[in-house]
Design a binder for this molecule. Structure first.
Ligand SMILES: NC(=O)c1ccc[n+]([C@@H]2O[C@H](COP(=O)([O-])OP(=O)(O)OC[C@H]3O[C@@H](n4cnc5c(N)ncnc54)[C@H](O)[C@@H]3O)[C@@H](O)[C@H]2O)c1
Length: 359
């Protein structure tokens, strides 16, 4: 029996989920809800058997719906989580799970009190490359885990283009890297020092680097910025994870199509190249469907608590950056030029509407 789900929010992510859910064969997409008319028209076209609505209450009121997908922006998520818990529906949520940290913890509390399953799209945890590197580390191949270095810089989402409730780039996108570093360290953050840059004289830093320690002594450095050559003729990006142990190293990089993992352990040297996998929604939808069907939560599913912790540290590190000089370079005119260029791009990094894009 397929699991009946209602999707709320049919923008960039909602459309990706529809495809993943359809492809999995395990879900019946009973409803699609979006307040935007153009999105509803697209929903009709892409999923003719679904009921398309502008009112999310239609989904919550339907007792035959077993699960909801919450893919609007962060400001509406806490009320939706509360309604899902109240009407006993399983939850697949986008991150962050709310627009303020207090509301995030409120949502965590509610979801943990309810008797339904909930998960959140911390997509890096579901990637083949992080799974492969973690396994190699757990096998002892690099000795003791010591240093975690993560960098993600692209000419992606510019300030003012959307996602305002999600916070500056280091929160909206950076919380993924804060989460995955914590996942590798298997420990909580202890100390930090963050440096930001208010590129183009924008009010918030759009590039932040934070380094520090975990409680077990593992050291991290995380660099995130959507400031990487926005006006260059041919755009590029720089994204890697570089993990150093007492005896060996593992690292990965990707070009959004292919991910390359290099494992240099004491016994084995391996190089793996596989499709990047995008947001890995196929795996998330698969794990969630199996968990709902069996009534047993798969331990690989990220929980809302993980998301709230990552979000809280992203805000904390941003706050720290605000106290460390936080210089501004450039001017708002350049930012206008960037927005104008992105408005007319059909294929670019982190475009919210067009179909072809990279993160
Ligand atoms: N996990 C990830 O890697 C990842 C990547 C990108 C985005 N996201 C998250 O996914 C969420 C959605 O992002 P997006 O890029 O798809 O944004 P988007 O703006 O493309 O889509 C949001 C959609 O929600 C609709 N909407 C807003 N309020 C609504 C409501 N009350 N009821 C019904 N529809 C409503 C909008 O009309 C829009 O179509 C964001 O919170 C973002 O942080 C996560």
């Amino acid at each position: 029996m397929k699991i009946r789900i209602g999707l709320i929010g049919f923008g960039r992510m909602g459309q990706m989920y529809l495809k993943a859910l359809q492809d999995s064969g395990k879900w019946e997409i009973t409803y699609i809800c979006d307040t935007n008319e153009a999105s509803r028209e697209l929903a009709h076209k892409l999923s003719p058997d679904s009921i398309v609505t502008a009112d999310e209450q239609d989904i919550f009121n339907d007792d035959t719906v077993q699960a909801v997908g919450l893919f609007t922006l962060a400001n509406s998520r806490p009320e939706q989580i509360a309604r899902a818990v109240e009407t006993r529906k399983h939850i697949i949520a986008e991150k962050p799970i709310a627009d303020t940290i207090d509301r995030e913890w409120e949502a965590v509390k509610l979801s943990e009190q309810g008797d339904c399953l909930s998960t959140v799209n911390l997509y890096l945890r579901n990637s083949w490359y992080h799974q492969a590197m973690k396994q190699f580390i757990d096998e002892g191949e690099i000795g003791e885990l010591a240093i975690i270095r993560i960098c993600h810089m692209t000419p992606g989402l510019a300030p003012g283009e959307g996602h305002e409730y999600e916070g500056p780039a280091f929160h909206d996108c950076g919380m993924h890297y804060i989460d995955i570093a914590r996942w590798y360290a298997d420990c909580e953050y202890k100390t930090w020092h963050a440096q930001g840059m208010r590129m183009w004289n924008y009010k918030d830093p759009w590039w932040v680097q934070c380094h520090g320690t975990f409680q077990n002594g593992v050291v991290f450095d995380i660099t995130q910025g959507f400031v990487y050559g926005q006006l260059s003729k041919d755009q590029t990006h720089n994204a890697y994870t570089d993990i150093i142990g007492t005896k060996g190293i593992v690292r990965m990089t990707h070009d959004f199509k292919t991910a390359t993992v290099e494992l240099h352990g004491v016994n084995r040297t391996l190089r793996m190249e596989q499709p990047f996998g995008g947001k890995n929604l196929d795996r998330l939808c698969h794990l969630m469907a199996d968990s709902i069907a069996s009534g047993k939560r798969d331990p690989h599913l990220p929980c809302l608590r993980d998301s709230a912790i990552a979000s809280q540290y992203a805000w904390t590190f941003l706050e720290d950056a605000a106290h460390n000089d936080l210089p501004a370079i450039g001017n708002l005119q350049t930012l206008d030029e960037i927005r104008e260029r992105r408005k007319h791009m059909a294929n670019g990094y982190g475009l919210l509407r067009p179909n072809k894009q990279q993160a």
